[in-house]
Ligand binder design. Structure first.
Ligand SMILES: CC(C)(COP(=O)(O)OP(=O)(O)OC[C@H]1O[C@@H](n2cnc3c(N)ncnc32)[C@H](O)[C@@H]1OP(=O)(O)O)[C@@H](O)C(=O)NCCC(=O)NCCS
Length: 415
């Protein structure tokens, strides 16, 4: 593991510890929750409680992100994506034997059927958004998966591991085909993150790059009942198969209100161009009611802990690409100006603000940023779908009907 990256995260974690309220939360058990629960529900199910979970916890007031009991600073510093995925899927950290078996299984499942690559080649890969290609490719791969209509938790967990293994291969293939190049076969000697970068760029990444990618994947693996996780759970709770559920999750993540902000941050930084343009650009944005991409969050009203880590990581890798070094200077100024101007509204950089710069420094083109989010989040999607499946309940909210009920049917000729 890269010492430079881990030292940097240790420093960020120490700074965060001095600022973040770490008072332990009262612990609830499933038995403490008496359904139905009285809650105030807004449109879009805002405030609704749809499930109990031991997988992950976000406390937006305090700026906490916890996976199965472990805070994201510890995981970013000490864990790997493989270990984090195991934690989410099994609810505990693995022993070394469990981790080596799990990692070996991921390696075994990395290859995708040649016909899935053929399907991708027949799509307009260079023009269409990679999230659409990913959706189709994962859907195609689902037809090759064994047991895809066996809905036991154990069988579905095996399918989930296969999906986690296949995602980097599919996204890397999309990246290669977009550039008119052939996909690269997975390298079984490399870890999950390093192999992903290798399949994408054709070069075995150095230790720092591999570790930065690993940390990026750890930090995106789960995030409460966000839209794509909930979508995956809703489909899976119908007792559909895990591939179908995850395909729906991809569709949800594709939307610009969910994934996608990290791409737009880069376009925004390019538009601002120079640090000294920031204040005037921001005043104009405010006048036109344009939101600053990568700033603010629906849940975090304190600093997004992932944003805290991605900022310094972007600084660490920025000298790999002069363009990133230039944009990083702009980003720091946007962060300073906007966080200062909107201090009272508690608007800080979110996970998307600096992550795009990190990916760009690793040689990844901007349209692939949201697919990379999916490469990581597939662990959270499947883990939560499995947790719900273990005590399954179909999701079925209602709408308040505001239409007519007693109209007279008139033949088309009379309308
Ligand atoms: C994520 C987001 C939708 C959260 O929105 P929200 O919780 O509903 O916050 P609100 O829209 O209620 O914002 C509260 C106030 O802060 C302002 N604000 C929030 N995010 C802002 C931003 N990025 N830029 C400028 N002002 C912002 C709002 O205009 C609002 O001001 P008002 O009270 O004067 O109307 C919003 O912050 C946003 O659009 N951010 C940019 C897109 C982005 O980065 N998305 C990725 C999220 S991980």
């Amino acid at each position: 593991m890269s010492q430079a990256v881990n030292d940097l995260i240790k420093k960020v974690a120490e700074e965060a510890a001095s600022e973040v309220d770490s008072t332990p939360e009262p612990k609830l058990s499933v038995e403490d929750v008496k359904w139905p629960i009285d809650v105030k529900i807004g449109r879009g199910l805002e405030g609704a409680i749809a499930a109990t979970s031991k997988i992950g916890y976000v406390n937006g007031q305090k700026g906490w992100l916890v996976y199965a009991g472990y805070n994201c600073f510890d995981l970013a510093q000490h864990s790997t994506y493989e270990e984090t995925a195991f934690l989410l899927l099994y609810g505990k950290l693995p022993t070394s034997k469990e981790l080596s078996d799990f990692s070996a299984k991921l390696v075994r499942h990395r290859s995708i059927p040649e016909s899935v690559v053929e399907v991708m080649r027949h799509l307009p890969v260079k023009e269409a958004h990679p999230m659409g290609i990913l959706r189709t490719a994962v859907s195609a791969a689902g037809n090759f998966a064994s047991d895809s209509d066996n809905v036991s938790v154990d069988a579905e967990r095996e399918v989930s591991i296969q999906l986690i293994a296949e995602f980097p291969t599919i996204v890397a293939a999309i990246g290669r085909i977009r550039q008119g190049k052939d996909p690269i076969a997975p390298n079984p000697d490399l870890g999950h993150a390093a192999n992903f970068l290798y399949m994408l760029t054709g070069e075995v990444p150095d230790e720092d790059a591999a570790r930065v990618m690993d940390v990026a994947l750890i930090l995106h693996a789960d995030h409460g009942m966000n839209a794509s996780t909930f979508t995956t759970m809703v489909v899976n709770a119908t007792l559909s198969d895990m591939y179908s559920s995850v395909v729906a999750g991809i569709g949800s993540l594709k939307g610009s209100l969910h994934g996608g902000a990290n791409e737009r941050v880069l376009y925004q930084l390019e538009e601002i161009g120079k640090p000294e343009n920031t204040l005037a650009w921001f005043k104009e944005a405010q006048k036109n009611k344009v939101k600053v991409m990568g700033m603010g969050h629906r849940v975090y009203k304190a600093y997004d802990p992932r944003g805290r880590i991605f900022g310094p990581l972007a600084g660490l890798v920025s000298d790999r690409d002069p363009d990133v070094a230039r944009l990083y200077e702009v980003a720091k100024e946007v962060d300073r100006v906007v966080s200062g101007e909107l201090k009272d509204k508690k608007i800080y950089p979110n996970v998307d603000f600096y992550s795009g710069l990190v990916y760009k420094a690793l040689g990844i083109e901007t349209p692939l940023f949201t697919p990379i989010f999916a490469v990581s989040r597939v662990a959270g999607w499947t883990a939560r779908a499995l947790e719900h499946l273990a005590d399954n309940r179909l999701f079925r909210p209602r709408a308040i009907y505001t239409g007519e009920t007693e109209l007279d049917y008139r033949p088309i000729s009379e309308r």
